[in-house]
Design a protein around this ligand. Structure first.
Ligand code: SAM
Length: 336
């Protein structure tokens, strides 16, 4: 852990220093964000910062994932159509649909099809990490932070309910929600375990693949939750960084040689993304892998003068103003 502390300390002064001038103050007032957030958006997006902040006020289209463990997707489309929903398939996901039209009743979360587990209501970007991990049917898979189970159930679907998934969740109330979702969705290859993800390396099992959909600030969810414009303070980002790095280290230690680890967050903060995966590349020699076929921006190789490995370019970033999704980060890495 000493390495981790030194690494975070090395970048701390630059990452957490904010130049707040009149322009930043004016934009913060206009869009209702904290000033330090606006300063960071100017660093991340340059002249597009205002377009990004504006896009956080527009409603994202709702989306769902057809669950082939319970139904056939054509049958789901037809049944939803009869109820007054119009689903349109999203070409870059295997099972994702945008809900173009919604009746007054029933709501998306109260149809018979929902109760029967025919679909899971899920943001489009959130469907990317399991597809990138793409486990095979006989894999032993670790899902390090699993509740409410959107990605665990998606992994089970991709594995045809074969192989084994070990899904960790440290919060017991959230573990109940995970178990109930997995039951509704017909998941039968998953063991849920109520422990923090960082304990896993002490068990000594080596997994074929690891998903770390990490706890994070949720800074990518600004379009669906306006309260996030003022909720996260710099010290919260620092706290998340420590959790993220310790989970990542445990994940790497639990991955077999040649195995794949996918790191993702619903955050656009470089502090929680590039800074974290860069540690895996620099200190553990993990190799990032290209993510193809998804409309996205590359990972940042520089932020506020801090340079990351060139390999981080292969990670992807999604934004509401460019890709029509929640803000998201995904990185696929291989242990040599
Ligand atoms: N992967 C989930 C999905 O797709 O539905 C979402 C995971 S959410 C981003 C992060 C989860 O990690 C939360 O449920 C939180 O309670 C849990 N968590 C926080 N710290 C953790 C830790 N140290 N170990 C395991 N889970 C943790």
């Amino acid at each position: 852990m000493e390495d981790m502390d030194l690494y975070l300390k090395k970048h701390d002064e630059v990452l957490y220093h904010y130049d707040i001038d009149d322009h930043v103050r004016e934009l913060a007032r206009k869009y209702g964000f904290l000033e330090y957030m606006v300063e960071r958006y100017l660093n991340i997006f340059g002249s597009d910062a205002e377009i990004f902040m504006k896009s956080c006020s527009a409603q994202l289209k709702r989306s769902l994932r057809c669950n082939t463990l319970r139904t056939d997707c054509k049958k789901l489309e037809d049944r939803m159509n009869e109820r007054g929903f119009k689903l349109s398939k999203v070409s870059w996901t295997r099972y994702g649909y945008v809900v173009e039209n919604t009746p007054v009743r029933p709501t998306l979360g109260s149809t018979l099809e929902y109760m029967k587990g025919y679909y899971y209501i899920q943001g489009l970007a959130s469907m990317i990490p399991p597809e990138v991990l793409s486990p095979s049917e006989d894999d032993l898979v670790l899902d390090m932070a699993a509740s409410p189970g959107g990605k665990t159930s998606h992994l089970a679907q991709l594995m045809g309910n074969r192989g084994v998934i070990v899904a960790l969740e440290k919060n017991t109330a959230r573990l109940r929600r995970l178990n109930s979702n997995l039951a509704r969705l017909g998941v039968a290859n998953t063991i849920t375990v109520p422990i923090p993800g960082d304990y896993v390396s002490s068990i000594g099992i080596k997994f074929d693949s690891v998903l770390l959909d990490s706890p994070c600030s949720g800074e990518g969810l600004l379009p669906v939750d306006p309260s996030r414009r003022t909720k996260t303070l710099p010290q919260h980002l620092r706290e998340f960084q420590r959790v993220q790095l310790s989970l990542l280290i445990a994940g790497i230690r639990s991955l077999r040689k040649g195995g794949k680890l996918v790191y993702s967050t619903c955050s656009i903060a470089p502090e929680e993304n590039e800074v974290i995966v860069n540690f895996a590349v620099e200190k553990f020699g993990l190799r990032t892998e290209e993510i193809r076929g998804i409309p996205a921006d590359p990972g940042l190789v520089e932020y506020k003068g801090v340079r990351f490995s060139e390999d981080i370019k292969k990670c992807i970033r999604l934004y509401p103003h460019k890709h029509g999704t929640e803000g998201f980060f995904v990185c696929s890495m291989r242990k040599e």
